[in-house]
Design a protein around this ligand. Structure first.
Ligand code: F6R
Length: 598
């Protein structure tokens, strides 16, 4: 689970004889492995264990703040994902009772509260009742796993607004934030309902709500390929995932065009519902947001209804005007991003219809949405999004075409033609993967850089933003994406000798004006000493004189070009990162794959 957080890691094991042993360390999982080697694996022997990889919210990434956390009497161990919002009064209460906390985390309170509930009062000696009483006192979002030294044959786990999946094996059980944690051992899984608890023994489990009443959950079979979650010969998951982009897009498109009509997923809005929509809001974060910008271009162009886009974390704080004729398109690879989830909840509370574009089956955002269109990119382990981004763009375009079909803004033959162009993309991405070597050479020739700019116009602008984000994430180099036309309104002051500037050039076969304007922009920056890395279509000769380096991409329509132009930028960021000495591009510092806190 390290891709979800790698600020620190730890494990606690019940030895079955009344004790819980623990090892934890700041930093990546490898540090924990070293620690376990130091203490000796035998000191962590047992049949019940909880482990955690942390992404710090409260308190720095230190050994003391690493999970698991142990209670004052050494009997309870817990791990927690999320944020306990009322931890300050709970901490004060514990301190007033003479319990001193050893970490700066919000999580530690849960361990002490459980020990107190078990040691005294109404719930004394009753592990289950003690756990329920603690859960009912906590506010915020949490997945919590509780272990008690006196009950070494069980784990009590609970979830509220953060993920928790149970893997059901033969004589063994697993709990994880997602299925990647245990697909190696079992494909039978159960997704817990919100605000529910599972009491887990090696060969049985029992579900309940926080008030102790019986809860239910639907078991499902995990269809992800195990090999897909491994590196497949590449030196990083991210490189493997970049190379999987043709199939990510192909699989996402598969089955969505039959008999001349765009077809949505099973959980969909009807044609009547889509027809009724008169405005769209797109909410998403990071790369998913960039894919959403492309949804805006496509939907406005094809459907002729207004599309607004907002980073999900801002959406509900500015009172957007939503009603039952509004479609909110929520885009999320993980389906768990707290900012996007809250935006979905806000949209629903205002009566809007929510359509999720998501890569993770059974995750929270699709569950809470009216409809879902799954991207079929397969598991994305590298923290920086690559194949999921391309798959999101493809899925967003399917949504755009479905709306155009329902509202009759495009003729069926026009829709079929656009779908054909979309279906031709995977083969072109395949061809484009050959640019890896030349792009790596450019990265090497660039030498040491402090900053890099990315320019695009029209659909090239979101590509510029995505290219800049990849470089920031992977190489820790300051980078910014601008609409090329904005350059003269300020950013051009940044241009100096040898500053590398990436320019995404639209097809000369598309809107002529757009192309000629960007050619002028490249001239302007070259004239001021910048080094230009120009991404342009095969056969576009107008750009040749102004390109320090030229990266060719296959021909396609203007709207589809982002699905190609993004690819070399992924290679570029990865290679610059390596040149900067950041070998582990799968796990950039300070980031986590699923951001389940707001
Ligand atoms: C960037 C990246 C992030 C995610 C963002 C949203 O490479 O991976 O910016 O795109 O955190 O995540 P999801 O799509 O899971 O909601």
């Amino acid at each position: 689970m390290e891709y979800r957080g790698y600020d620190s890691a730890g494990i606690a094991v019940a030895d079955g004889q009344g004790a819980i042993n623990m090892a934890k360390r700041a930093g990546k999982l490898a540090n924990l492995e070293e620690r376990i080697a130091e203490v000796g694996e035998n000191s962590l022997a047992g049949c019940t264990a909880i482990g955690h990889t942390r992404w710090a919210t409260h308190g720095r990434p230190t050994d003391a703040n690493a999970h698991p956390h142990m209670s004052y009497d050494g009997k309870v161990a817990i791990v927690h994902n999320g944020i306990i919002e009322n931890f300050a009064p709970l901490r004060a209460e514990l301190e007033a009772a003479g319990i001193s906390l050893v970490s700066d985390t919000d999580s530690e309170v849960a361990a002490h509260l459980l020990a107190r509930a078990y040691n005294e009062g109404e719930t004394a000696e009753d592990f289950q009742a003690s756990a329920l009483s603690v859960l009912n006192r906590l506010e915020g979002a949490f997945t919590l796993l509780f272990m008690h030294a006196d009950h070494p044959d069980m784990i009590i786990a609970a979830r509220r607004s953060t993920p928790l999946i149970l893997g059901v094996g033969e004589g063994e059980m697993f709990l994880g934030s997602d299925v990647a944690a245990f697909i190696e051992f079992t494909r039978n899984a159960v997704e817990l309902e919100q605000d529910s608890v599972v009491i887990v023994h090696a060969d049985e489990y029992q579900l309940m709500h926080f008030d102790g009443s019986k809860a239910s959950a639907t078991p499902f079979t995990i269809d992800w390929d195990l090999a897909a979650a491994e590196k497949g010969g590449f030196d990083s998951f991210m490189m493997k995932e970049i190379h999987e982009q043709p199939s990510a897009v192909r699989d996402t498109l598969a089955g969505h065009f039959h008999d001349g009509r765009v077809v949505l997923d099973e959980q969909h809005l009807t044609e009547e519902e889509l027809k009724y929509i008169d405005q769209v809001f797109v909410v998403a974060c990071g790369s998913a947001y960039h894919s959403g910008l492309l949804a805006k271009y496509a939907i406005e162009h094809w459907v002729r209804i207004p599309v607004q886009i907002e980073v999900a974390s801002e959406f509900r704080y500015r009172d957007p005007v939503l009603d039952e004729r509004t479609l909110v398109l929520a885009i999320s690879q993980s389906g768990e991003t707290a900012d996007t989830l809250e935006a979905v909840r806000h949209a629903k509370s205002q009566g809007a219809k929510v359509l999720a574009v998501c890569n993770t089956n059974g995750s929270q955002i699709p569950r809470e949405s009216d409809a879902v269109l799954y991207t079929h990119a397969g598991p994305e382990i590298g923290v920086a999004s690559t194949k999921a981004f391309l798959a999101q763009v493809a899925a967003n375009y399917i949504v755009g075409l479905a709306l155009a079909q329902a509202k009759g803004t495009k003729y069926p033959d026009e829709i079929a033609e656009i779908y054909d162009t979309l279906e031709a993309i995977p083969a072109k991405v395949e061809e484009l993967l050959a640019c890896e070597g030349p792009v790596n050479d450019i990265a090497k020739e660039l030498g040491a850089i402090r900053t890099m700019l990315f320019l695009g116009r029209g659909v090239g602008f979101p590509v510029a933003l995505e290219g800049a984000l990849k470089l920031k994430e992977l190489a820790y180099i300051h980078a910014e994406g601008f609409p090329a036309g904005e350059l003269k309104h300020g950013p051009i002051a940044l241009i100096e000798d040898d500053l590398p500037v990436v320019v995404i050039v639209p097809s000369p076969r598309g809107v002529k004006l757009l192309h000629s304007k960007i050619v002028s922009n490249i001239q302007e920056i070259r004239a001021r000493g910048a080094k230009t890395i120009v991404i342009a279509e095969e056969g576009d000769d107008a750009v040749v004189p102004y390109a320090t380096w030229l990266i060719r991409i296959p021909e396609t329509s203007t709207i589809m070009q982002p699905l190609l132009a993004t690819v070399p930028l992924q290679f570029l960021a990865a290679e610059i990162a390596r040149q900067c000495g950041n070998e582990d591009i799968d796990k950039p510092r300070n980031l986590a794959k699923s951001v389940t806190v707001e």
